[in-house]
Ligand binder design. Structure first.
Ligand code: NAP
Length: 252
């Protein structure tokens, strides 16, 4: 049993995998959630186990309430929930708004927005002092797209992440007196497989020269911001969304 469990949704690859490994290094028992890539999730857990850490891979689609309950049940078996990182997220192929259909929009908002809100509700039930919990932290992984709008690529993704930004502020204020801090991290161009899933595998390298710090970011650089927000070092920080963008998209 661990007295400090963190759930990382989408912990099998990219930013989530880096977050899961850093969380284990910092002493958390980690629920490494994934939806399809069991091999990647098991590999993250194996790396954590190899260094003496505690982790379990748990399949579950964050857009399904039954799956979310399964993920949280695994966390309950591991110990006391202290943190949730709402990291699972998807893009879609670049398209203009007039070409979006309901199926695309439903998936986009179900995973990126509804998943974040539904998982957060389960975490509040366990961590809020109002419900007998010991407090904890929630970190939502949003996107610079929420500010930039992603025109011509995925305005729907930007809107789904913009909703997460608003949700972060609202939930932070709702539970500020209940021992839970809620913050967000807004990554810019980070070198992960998400770009290939959106049909542009070279996107990070192509965009790198246009970033004020002229390179793509790494998953580990985002993970460090997430772990800071979860930690007591950030004990007076709530309702904040930190840009981890190398300066991209920060000008009003
Ligand atoms: P990634 O490399 O594509 O990894 C996505 C992760 O999410 C995988 O672990 C995947 O699991 C999981 N996942 C996808 N759909 C899921 C679902 N329905 N339920 C549960 N897990 C699901 O993505 P990434 O680049 O690390 O992105 C992580 C987060 O950062 C996302 O929220 C993304 O929007 C955000 N972000 C990324 C960038 C960037 O440039 N990379 C920029 C801004 C924001 P499987 O392995 O099982 O497929």
């Amino acid at each position: 049993m661990s007295d400090r469990v963190v759930i990382v949704t989408g912990g099998s690859r990219g930013i989530g995998a880096a977050t899961a490994m850093l969380a284990a290094e910092r002493g958390y028992g980690v629920v490494v959630n994934y939806t399809a890539n069991v091999a990647a999730a098991e590999a993250v857990c194996a790396r954590i186990h190899a260094t003496g850490g505690v982790a379990v891979a748990v399949r579950g689609d964050v857009s399904s309430e039954a799956d979310i309950d399964h993920i949280f049940a695994a966390a309950d078996r591991m110990g006391t929930l202290a943190g949730l990182v709402n990291n699972a997220g998807v893009v879609d192929l670049a398209a203009r708004v007039e070409d979006f259909d309901a199926a695309r929009l439903t998936r986009m908002f179900a995973i990126n927005t509804l998943g974040t809100i539904l998982c957060s509700g389960r975490a509040v039930k366990r961590m809020s002092t109002k419900h007998g919990g010991k407090g904890g932290g929630i970190v939502n992984v949003t996107s610079a797209a929420a500010k930039l709008g992603a025109p011509g690529n995925y305005v729907d993704y930007a809107a789904a992440k913009g909703a997460v930004d608003s949700f972060t502020v609202g939930l932070a204020l709702e539970v500020a007196g209940e021992g839970i801090r809620v913050n967000g991290v807004r990554p810019g161009i980070i070198d992960t497989e998400i770009h290939a899933s959106g049909g542009i595998p070279g996107r990070a390298a192509e965009m790198a020269p246009s970033v004020p710090i002229p390179r793509a970011g790494t998953a580990e650089e985002v993970a460090r911001a997430i772990l800071w927000l979860l930690s007591d070092e950030a004990s007076y920080t709530t309702g904040s969304v930190i840009n981890v963008t190398g300066g991209r998209g920060i000008a009003p």
